[in-house]
Design a protein around this ligand. Structure first.
Ligand SMILES: *[C@@H]1O[C@H](CO)[C@@H](O)[C@H](O)[C@H]1NC(C)=O
Ligand SMILES: *[C@@H]1O[C@H](CO)[C@@H](O)[C@H](O)[C@H]1NC(C)=O
Ligand SMILES: *[C@@H]1O[C@H](CO)[C@@H](O)[C@H](O)[C@H]1NC(C)=O
Length: 171
């Protein structure tokens, strides 16, 4: 009887350990570019991006008026000099556009139409996921970015309830 209880306990611990990587990573985050100011001229995006941490698998959300502005991915030189000719990628869609950050590198985005000269440019330094020490969410989370985290937590809780039930049926 005592042994069964110990076995059950061990199974639950193994189950929790298996889910641990998911818990600490907290899932991908969606960063709303410029926060509540969105993607517009005369916003200091250098300041904005310096207050965020970007990891591989995260998303950027650009909110803008597509009649005036756009999102072009360019290289570093073009970013620095606001050159929109020969851009790498046009990411403009409807004005509420998401971009996945797939690689650990610096991404550069500008708006053409001269708006880049009015600060409408952003450099995003994307890092590889590192094994974090704590289970708390990243400190830069805002309301827009907390949703994936909530989903992940809900998933973990459900997965654990399921796992514990499974163990009780077996034992
Ligand atoms: C934007 O903010 C950065 C960092 O605070 C600062 O160095 C830079 O001068 C600012 N740019 C403009 C155009 O104000
Ligand atoms: C950056 O892109 C511009 C425009 O296409 C191109 O002329 C330039 O050679 C590129 N620079 C680098 C370092 O790749
Ligand atoms: C970028 O794509 C959008 C939507 O497809 C299009 O309307 C726009 O003309 C494109 N801009 C450039 C600079 O190619």
């Amino acid at each position: 009887m005592e042994n069964v209880r110990v076995n059950k306990m061990a199974m639950v611990i193994v189950g929790l350990l298996a889910l641990y990587p998911l818990m600490v990573m907290g899932g991908p985050i969606r960063h709303k570019v410029g926060g509540n100011k969105g993607w517009n001229p005369n916003v200091n995006y250098t300041e904005w991006s310096s207050q965020e941490h970007f990891f591989v698998g995260d998303w950027l959300l650009f909110i803008f008026d597509k009649h005036y502005y756009n999102i072009l991915e360019v290289n570093k030189t073009s970013y620095e000099n606001c050159i929109d000719n020969g851009f790498m990628k046009n990411l403009t869609r409807g004005g509420r556009d998401v971009v996945e950050l797939k690689e650990a590198r610096t991404y550069y985005y500008i708006s053409s139409g001269g708006y880049c000269f009015h600060q409408m440019k952003v450099a995003v330094h994307v890092e590889e996921h590192q094994a974090p020490i704590t289970t708390s969410p990243p400190p830069t989370m805002n309301s827009a970015s907390i949703l994936p985290y909530v989903y992940t937590c809900t998933f973990i809780i459900l997965a654990n309830v399921f796992f514990i039930n499974l163990v009780s049926i077996w034992m």
